[in-house]
Design a protein around this ligand. Sequence first.
Ligand code: CIR
Length: 254
Amino acid sequence: MFNKVIVKVPPESMINGISSNQDEKPIYSKALKQHEEYVKALGRCNVSMISRLAKQEKYPDSCFVEDTAVVTEKCAVITNPGTKSRKGEIGEVESELKKYYNSIEYIKKPGTLDGGDVMRVDNHFYIGLSKRTNEEGAEQLINILNKYGYSGSQIKVKNYLHLKTGISYLKNNNILATKDFVNHPAFKSFNLLEVPGNEEYAANSIWVNNKVIMPGGYPETKKLVEDAGYEVLTVDVSEFRKLDGGVSCLSIRF
Ligand code: CIR
């Protein structure tokens, strides 16, 4: 169960956020409304507290809070984001997490790690090696996790920004994933729900207290998740998609 959620209001500067598709800029007013709807969806998932951090104009990508921390029941790990313009985002999230955690750990350079590369399955953490997360960062995280009784392993990410761009753990041994990860030996013992090729964006979905929050507009994947027994809440996150972000990136859940 998750009790608490941290989100950060998108800044107007998000129109200059990092994107693999420079042709399509997010529309700020629309993004703000979508963010509101996203927070409302989280509110429908029986979490007891949603902390909404103020927008930070200095950091165009700062609404994607997930990348700044990895949280467990026993500790919070502040990351060292793998891209320069995002490193300063960690300060505010660190201050917020200090309200809830006595044990705060840090990924330190030369290690880099984005929270979007970390997928938790019970007490094991799969860590994507991507353009943002390097081996040193992944090893540091595994060492920290081991100290608290968790385990971790590394997964190479080739075609996506982050590991969780292409795969999500939905509890009860269910994984929602694109073809790349469905065929990956590390995940063969799971019940794999394969996202159709034309709906790959929907592979980034989140389980929140027995409901699944998914991006709107991906009917086949929605049906797949519903048929697996979940109540699905959809939110339109088209403006965040333009910055390569999805429903998991927009919150830290613990
Ligand atoms: C970035 O490139 O860092 C942002 N535009 C998107 C981050 C998305 N975060 C995530 O998938 N966890």
